[in-house]
Design a protein. Structure first.
Length: 79
């Protein structure tokens, strides 16, 4: 088993990480989206901290989208 660890938040970065996994390991079987940059109570959350949603939500979406393109073509993954 091989693990590839990456930090991402934008579509081109997410796609580049997935491509790197495919080149390095030959395929992608499992994707774990483990993001979260704030643990502040929602009522205390400032506008600036809320912008962390770009990593928490958008990053997970773009990485999943890039991964599923490869996983689906290899007969693995589910959307």
């Amino acid at each position: 088993m091989s693990i590839h660890k990456a930090t991402w938040a934008r579509p081109p970065t997410a796609g580049a990480h997935i491509d790197e996994v495919i080149v390095t390991h030959g395929r992608l079987d499992v994707l774990v989206n483990n993001a979260g940059i704030t643990t502040t109570d929602v009522l205390k959350l400032s506008d600036e901290l809320f912008k962390g949603a770009d990593v928490n939500l958008s990053g997970a979406f773009f990485l999943s989208q890039a991964a599923l393109r490869h996983m689906g073509s290899g007969g693995a993954g589910a959307s």
